[in-house]
Design a protein around this ligand. Sequence first.
Ligand SMILES: [Zn+2]
Length: 440
Amino acid sequence: MPIGGAVPEKHRILAQVRRPLAARAVLAAVATVGSVSVIGALSSAPDPGPLKPYQVVEALNPDPKVAGWGAELPFVREEVVKAGDSLRSLAGRLGIDDDPALEALMALPEVRRGLGGLRAGQSANAVVDAKGRLQTLGLPLGPNGERLRIGRAGDAFTVVRAEAPPPTGLDMRTGTISSSLYAATDAAGVPDPVANQLVELFGTEIDFHTDLRRGDTFRVVFEVAQQDGRVTGTGRIVAAEFVNQGHTYRVYLFRDNGGREDYFTDAGRSLRQGFLRSPLEFSRVTSGFSMRRHPILQTWRQHQGVDFGAPTGTAVKATSDGTVEFFGNQQGYGNIIVLQHRDGYSTAYAHLSRFASGLRRSASVTQGQVIGYVGQSGWATGPHLHYEFRVAGVPKDPLTVALPNAAIPPQALATFRAHIAPLRERLALLAQAGRTPLTR
Ligand SMILES: [Zn+2]
């Protein structure tokens, strides 16, 4: 089973299925036209060149008489991964009816490892024949577009870990929250992997479950990969601005002299050094329910923790980098995880239904890593997460603790300011564009 190396498979499959996905192709083409014109007008990013008009013409003309339309074309399905998905549950939604193939795949270590890294909110895709027999399967692996690509040759399967395509340009989008974050990112044409990065980036400043308000706005500049004028993949966010309840948060990607990359504010302060405001996963899937403080155990003072009501199975994330000090069952806490962080900080996550597979004592975890799942083990009257935040062993209200933040060293500040100047300009231009609707 070859592992590694980029494969232009996605492009090939898209080409095969363009007609059955005519409506989607039109949307993609329109979105691309939009982004290209914005890039041309506002930035000095590499010019991706003019769109080839045939793409739009072909997509707009799904003539059923065209040869190849219908029975002999494979079926293609794309589905968003949900928290707790197994290969079988995902395959069911993808229209795969092929137990022998699923069993063969589960026997492959690469596939099992890949499934362990599945990320809710990202999309998986499959090609099946008319009988539901699996032809190809693509699974999302990480935040930056890496995928596990599974192909079939007779009864054998090939498994390839495909890197995200290299960025070839930047796209810029702006949006306003009216109903939900994902409704706004959809309306703005922000791809899901980028929307998820937005949530991760600002997660130390904003609790997206409870802090979002109608009228909040965002602007985001991100890497895109293009082929033949079509966006084939997205990369990292290079600059972003989020206005939440009138407060503006802004971050830029910056690489220091040592080659380390991190996100910094205008003032050169690292955002990632803090703790996530919410330990609960926020994704397209989990953003549908409104998060609330647990009604029974009320305030922090009474029990020295914060309770987050959430359905059983909601993913629980490490709020900062650290190591696993303890996980197991402790009377009233039920299944609990305790993480040790830098500078004497520790966090605890209780009443879990289960722990993330692969969790080990003393192992390191990174901020945002899923460590367990909400439940009601121990003394809990309903599914909720009990979250504790301690400083040198003493419980503190996480919302009131001032956290030290790493910053860009003074000698690098001039370089940083020069780096962010054009990005600031782009964000400002986007803000203007957001206020004045573009006429067609
Ligand atoms: Zn509690």
